[in-house]
Design a protein around this ligand. Structure first.
Ligand SMILES: [Fe+2]
Ligand SMILES: [Fe+2]
Length: 189
């Protein structure tokens, strides 16, 4: 497996861990127990400042190159590209709603539960499609020179969850992920 494909897969594994953490908080809310809204906000803030800004735009460029070489991939590429736009929109709305809850200026928490669950389901389905339909095509069709061009076209951002000295606002989230990864698989890059 090339480094680029391995990194792509590792990022999906990290996002899956965050979606699990988010879902656990939504389950607590559903059972009437207290949820950690600040943690949920940190997760969604990350989702809208790393996957939406770096991971998905890189994928869009990779998709375009895959489509050039495998025309039958066109419909699935179109669908995934549309999903990137929708995830960004729904994710942004969730950040706003969770921010309002944390600031004490919103009462409608049921709405957050419904959109949070839809976001988790949509993101998981999206990654599943990429893992099964696109990553194998990318492994077959994209060369090192393609990955170099893609990397050069997107402004590089260090993943703030993978750097223990990264942005302070992610410190609590990093601790949660470390706890979750001790219980399953380590997050590596
Ligand atoms: Fe994607
Ligand atoms: Fe992805």
């Amino acid at each position: 497996m090339s480094d680029s494909i391995a990194l792509w897969h590792a990022e999906h594994a990290n996002f899956a861990t965050l979606l699990d953490l988010l879902e656990r908080q939504l389950d607590l809310f559903h059972k009437g127990e207290s949820s950690d809204y600040e943690l949920m906000l940190d997760i969604m803030f990350y989702m809208t400042h790393y996957p939406d800004v770096s991971h998905h735009p890189k994928e869009d460029l990779a998709f375009a190159r895959i489509r050039e070489r495998e025309v039958t991939a066109g419909p699935i590429v179109d669908e995934l590209t549309e999903q990137h736009a929708r995830l960004k929109k729904v994710g942004g709305a969730l950040v706003d709603a969770l921010g309002d809850i944390v600031n004490g200026s919103i009462a409608s928490r049921e709405h957050v539960e419904a959109s949070g669950r839809a976001y988790v389901a949509d993101f998981r389905r999206h990654m599943e499609t990429e893992e099964t339909a696109i990553l194998p095509l990318a492994a077959r069709l994209l060369r090192d020179s393609d990955w170099a061009a893609i990397e050069a076209a997107i402004r590089h951002i260090d993943d703030p969850l993978l750097d223990k000295n990264g942005e302070a606002r992610y410190a609590a989230l990093r601790r949660q992920i470390a706890r979750a990864s001790r219980a399953s698989q380590p997050i590596t890059r």
